[in-house]
Design a binder for this molecule. Structure first.
Ligand SMILES: Nc1ncnc2c1ncn2[C@@H]1O[C@H](COP(=O)(O)OP(=O)(O)O)[C@@H](O)[C@H]1O
Ligand SMILES: [Mg+2]
Length: 295
């Protein structure tokens, strides 16, 4: 199948649009570095934009890999997630266009590395990002994807408090599950004290190597532990995925036909399906309630 046909087929996939007035805010979190958070954030956000969604990517990591991966130069980063977090600039003031139609980004700033200490002194310090993202604004997005730093810091806490759900990327390696109980405890704590609606939307296995038995064993373990929270789609280890950021492009734009890109497209389809199911269930719940009160 030619590349164009492939794009067409994919773009034609029915999608939800405009059914919820609010954005769906998804934090991509795991306190371990190098597990595929940024790669997942960039390629999931791009895949969602490619099916016509309005998508905003928020780069909360001081390393700024998502911003670099989307060609946002250092000089453009004076309007960044840092100013948004501290309320110095509004959302519409820190949003930048990307080369991907429908995808915008709030870039990272090196100042974010000091944000931890500065946040401690702020009032409602856990709610800074939530308030900034949910403030009335002319910009409306179907999806907001937050690329979190590799820590369970106040910055990550801000992402979890701002989000509706979390997607956890897990690298298929021996220590994949290590530290996960800490992440789950943090999510539970956020639910209890700051954001009762937060849910784990899914776990995505990344950098899977089918020739490696360890990868398979880890995938089995993770499925045993998380059950159907684990996405059916597994992201393979794929060199094209790791090359793409050096061209300032998401992998699915750099090489849409490679196995890694196809996997991220499949992941986005699963995410869209979850959303359709959620909307249908909440509509049914409303109908049930209305019928009960009418009876
Ligand atoms: N599926 C993959 N195949 C090959 N390399 C990958 C894949 N996913 C991520 N990488 C590479 O692994 C490194 C870490 O990924 P990254 O997304 O930056 O992780 P994190 O944001 O969790 O630190 C990066 O160099 C990235 O290009
Ligand atoms: Mg990262």
């Amino acid at each position: 199948m030619s590349k164009n046909n492939e794009i067409q087929k994919w773009v034609k996939t029915p999608s939800v649009s405009g059914s919820t007035s609010d954005s769906k805010i998804i934090a991509i979190a795991n306190q371990k570095g190098g597990v595929g958070k940024t790669t997942t954030s960039v390629n999931l956000a791009t895949s969602l934009a490619a099916v016509g969604k309005k998508v905003l990517l928020v780069d909360l990591d001081a390393q700024g890999n998502a911003s670099t991966g989307l060609s946002i130069g250092r000089s453009e980063r004076d309007r960044s997630a840092y100013e948004l977090l501290f309320g110095d600039l509004s959302l519409s003031e820190v949003v930048h266009d990307t080369k991907v139609p429908g995808l915008k980004i709030v870039p990272s700033s090196m100042h974010l590395s000091g944000a931890e200490i500065e946040l401690v002194q702020e009032k409602r310090r856990e709610f800074k990002l939530r308030e900034a993202l949910r403030a009335p604004s002319a910009d409306r997005y179907d999806y907001v994807v937050i690329d979190c730093p590799p820590s369970l810091s106040l910055t990550t806490l801000n992402a979890l408090v701002a989000a509706d759900s979390v997607i956890v990327p897990l690298q298929c390696e021996f220590y994949a599950l290590e530290g996960l109980s800490q992440l789950i405890k943090t999510i539970e704590r956020v639910k209890k004290h700051f954001n009762e609606d937060l849910e784990i939307q899914g776990v995505v296995l990344t950098m899977f190597d089918s020739r490696n038995n360890l990868s398979k064993m880890v995938a089995e373990d993770v499925r045993e532990y998380f059950g159907d929270k684990v996405y059916k789609t597994v992201i393979p280890r794929n060199v094209r995925i790791s090359e793409a950021p050096s061209y300032g492009l998401p992998a699915i734009v750099y090489d849409m036909s490679c196995a890694g890109s196809q996997a991220y497209i499949a992941l986005a389809k699963e995410v869209l399906k979850q959303e359709r199911t959620r909307i249908r269930m909440s509509a049914n719940a409303h109908t049930d309630e209305a019928e009960k009160s009418a009876a």
